[in-house]
Design a binder for this molecule. Structure first.
Ligand SMILES: Cc1ncc(COP(=O)(O)O)c(C=O)c1O
Length: 397
């Protein structure tokens, strides 16, 4: 690289990534093939529009790249192209979610998602996000005792507030989700216009790799729309996919139009190619084994932390992530202090709010830990036990 300043920074970041224990639940390490596709000449091409309907010439190969990414996405999640459509152009998870609302919910309509404090994402209607400004946002949480979703309470809230769309998707919820119950709740909503049933959008950004690997149940049988980032457990480049049912009220056309021309111009073809590469990798037996190991590793890590006396939110995990209550009602240390101390010792986590948070988002009561990245590097349960013991030594007051 001729630009030595940037080259040095890339080298330093690569070295940093190799030298730390990475427990950030939303990160992963992509393959060299994914990196090659990202750094390819596809970045030079403008391809506004969709396959075979472009506004620029010279898109013979762009169409093939986009079509391949789409067919691989449908195949990976076992979806019939007759029933499901997928948009591969959204630049990342947040614009993907915004596109769905823009396509399906009238401005001023109501979206209902989990609150950030209890494990939802900003784009599920938080007041600082455009999603909480352009639409009326109703937020649900978890049961304070079990720290799991209370489906009865959710149903009552949905019936009362009549949201146009219900979001079942999470950033920091370690438990399995009952999508069938979410479907029933969405169906029970009587919309003001007299139409029966809210749309159900599943945001499986965090767990897409686990769904692809067959370790947790697929949300597709119950959802109208499924969004996902591609860079967490799915182990691809930073991007997003939006799946929608073809047979329902032309949802997919509305969503496609919301992505382009509603929110974006030219798609990032290099990114779409890199997604296609990752989707192929995720369809291999090796990836299935990886996804299984991720869940086993998280369980090993949290079981050991629990044994050492740390409180794990909801008592444990079923997925790739867990929340550790480091504050423990004032007996421990704050999430910020925990994450700072761990970083000094080469363990990277993020501070995180916990259900019933009593502190602030900048200095909350817990940390979020995940094993997708370390599992990619080959870690097994015994390594996780060692990491848990190291965490315990660093955090103990
Ligand atoms: C559930 C969920 N949805 C959406 C997003 C947004 O993704 P991005 O950061 O790519 O915009 C995230 C990111 O953390 C997420 O966890």
């Amino acid at each position: 690289m001729k630009d030595k300043e940037i080259q040095k920074l890339i080298e330093k970041e690569t070295k940093r990534q190799k030298s730390v224990i990475n427990l950030i639940a939303s990160e992963n390490y992509v393959s060299q093939d994914v990196l090659k596709a990202l750094g390819s000449e596809l970045t030079n091409k403008y391809a506004e529009g969709y396959s075979a309907h472009r506004y620029y010439g010279g898109n013979e190969f762009s169409d093939k790249v986009e079509n391949l990414a789409k067919s691989r996405a449908l195949k990976l999640f076992k979806l019939s192209p007759k029933k499901w459509h997928v948009n591969v152009q959204a630049l990342s998870g947040s614009p993907a979610n915004l596109a769905v609302y823009l396509g399906l919910v009238p401005l001023g309509g109501t979206i209902m998602g989990m609150s950030l404090t209890d494990g939802g994402h900003l784009t599920h209607g938080h007041k600082v996000s455009a999603t909480g400004k352009f639409w009326k946002a109703i937020q649900y949480g978890v049961d304070p005792k079990t720290e799991r979703i209370d489906y009865e309470k959710l149903k009552k809230l949905a019936k009362k507030e009549k949201p146009n769309i219900i979001v079942a998707g999470f950033t920091a919820y370690p438990r399995l989700v009952d999508y069938k119950k979410f479907r029933e709740i969405a169906d029970s909503v009587r919309l003001p216009a007299g139409r029966q049933g809210a749309s159900l959008m599943v945001d499986m950004s965090h767990t897409a790799g686990l769904v692809a690997g067959g370790v947790i149940a697929s949300p597709f049988p119950h959802a109208n729309v499924v969004t996902t980032t591609t860079h967490k457990t799915l182990r691809g480049p930073r991007s997003a996919l939006i799946f929608s049912r073809i047979d329902e009220r032309e949802l997919y056309k509305k969503i496609d139009r919301a992505v382009f021309p509603g929110l974006q111009g030219g798609p990032h073809l290099n990114q779409i190619a890199a997604v296609a590469v990752a989707l192929k990798e995720a369809s291999t037996p090796a990836f299935k084994k990886y996804a299984k190991q991720v869940v086993k590793n998280t369980k090993a890590l949290t079981d050991e932390l629990k044994r050492l006396g740390w409180r794990i939110v909801s008592g444990g995990t079923d997925t790739h992530l867990a929340l550790v209550d480091t504050w423990m009602g004032g007996k421990g240390i704050s999430g910020k202090e925990a994450s700072d101390r761990l970083e000094k010792a080469g363990i990277i986590v993020n501070k995180n709010t916990i259900p019933g948070e009593t502190r602030s988002p900048m200095d909350p009561s817990g940390i979020r830990i995940g094993t997708a990245a370390e599992t990619t590097r080959g870690s097994k349960e015994r390594d996780m036990i060692k990491i848990a013991r190291k965490i315990d030594r660093i955090l103990r007051v």
